[in-house]
Design a protein around this ligand. Structure first.
Ligand code: MSS
Length: 366
């Protein structure tokens, strides 16, 4: 067994026992660390950086951080202080990397082999983007995209478009989007996008731009590589291009956190099978659990408060397991009746894996 990598210097405050350190820019939450309190504690939340995080000096004066708002009738540069006077909303949402579950693709696409832990349920506070847009006179005509730009300092000597974190989402995503300054009860840590982060609930992680410095309503999607060729559902073996769907809305997904194979063999007898389930862009209606690899299913019970459409729900199914090998699976149905699919959509980047079969766990019971 290779020795666990230490926490990188910018996140030494993370809970080392809860994290799998893939690289200095990719840290995953261990399945066994997801508790049953719904919200993922900040020190256990995964990290994904496409570029090194900016210098900590950007959080020295949080209220002074400025974002330029463009593509509206009265474009303006607003500070966090200005934004705090313009509105307030608090929302729980699932933040999930587009590549969460990539490690379950048998084709082993390149990229971090995330299992289930590139995700968490996080509470954000900030101003609704809607309120900011209204205050600035509304969106200009024919602007079908909302484009956010990250505040990283770009490395010199290379084409900025090839590295910058700039993402466009359909403008309808504005309806529930926030410009957030607080997460889980504290100012957003630098590593998670403080002083100011764009939150696009229901959309995959990459669309939630950290340290946002520009929010623009645009006629076209950005031509930054991270949008143009990156994060596309492209056929296996093909490079991404703008004709392939962008990684935007999340689909319904659930997984089991306990019992987990990593915790060793289980002793026969009663067990509480628990996990998390979310609908992506819709609320959760119900969750079914199978202890025979998907042949028969039972309705699980949703546990704990409902934190809204974009949060995950916990579920539990009590079962009695006999000695032997058992494959347990779970499947969520969203409020619109969409069912978590059995299979995955094969794609070169290993994105959007919400297959219940890939996420099934085989447990040995003694
Ligand atoms: N933003 C920025 N600015 N930068 C970077 O790098 N990344 C992405 C997002 N945003 C970035 C941003 C990703 S990609 C993700 S997932 C997320 O973020 C994460 O988060 P956290 O907080 O956890 O770290 Mo995949 O789809």
């Amino acid at each position: 067994v290779p020795a666990a990598k230490p926490l990188p210097a910018y996140v030494t405050w993370k809970d080392a026992n809860a994290m799998i350190v893939h690289t200095s820019s990719t840290l995953e939450t261990k399945r066994s660390a997801f508790g049953t309190s719904i919200i993922t504690p900040t020190d256990q939340l995964y990290i994904r950086n496409n570029l090194p995080a900016p210098d900590a000096s950007i959080i020295a004066d949080r209220d002074g951080w400025a974002v330029s708002v463009e593509g509206v009738k009265n474009p303006r540069t607003l500070t966090v202080k200005d934004l705090k006077s313009m509105g307030l909303e608090t929302m729980a949402m699932v933040l999930q990397c587009s590549g969460n579950g990539r490690g379950l693709f048998p084709t082993k696409p390149s990229g971090t082999p995330w299992q289930v832990g590139a995700a968490g349920c996080v509470v954000w506070s900030g101003v609704p983007v809607r309120a900011v847009v209204e205050a600035l006179g509304g969106i200009n005509e024919r602007m079908p995209y909302m484009t956010g730009t990250g505040g990283e300092k770009l490395p010199e000597g290379i084409d900025p478009k090839s590295v910058m974190v700039e993402r466009s989402v359909p403008v309808k995503a504005m309806a529930d989007a926030l410009l957030a300054w607080e997460m889980n009860g504290e100012p957003i840590p630098l590593a998670h996008g403080g002083p100011l982060r764009l939150i696009v609930p229901g959309y995959t992680g990459v669309n939630n731009v950290k340290y946002i410095k520009r929010l623009a309503f645009t006629a076209e999607q950005t031509d930054a590589a991270i949008q143009k060729t990156g994060y596309r559902i492209s056929p296996p073996g093909q490079k991404g291009d703008p004709s392939h769907p962008s990684v935007w809305e999340m689909g319904p997904k659930s997984w089991i956190n306990s019992p987990a194979p990593e915790s060793g063999p289980l002793v026969a007898g009663p067990v509480q099978i628990k996990g998390v389930a979310f609908g992506g862009i819709n609320a959760v209606k119900s969750v079914e659990v199978s202890v025979d690899g998907g042949k028969t299913w039972k309705q699980a019970r949703l546990v704990g408060p409902d934190m809204g459409r974009y949060a995950w729900r916990q579920f539990v199914l009590p079962a009695t397991l006999e000695p032997g090998s058992h494959t347990i699976a779970c499947m969520v149905v969203d409020a619109e009746g969409n069912r978590q699919p059995e299979g995955r959509v094969e794609n070169a980047g290993g994105y959007n894996n919400n297959s219940w079969r890939d996420h099934a766990l085989t447990l040995s019971v003694v």
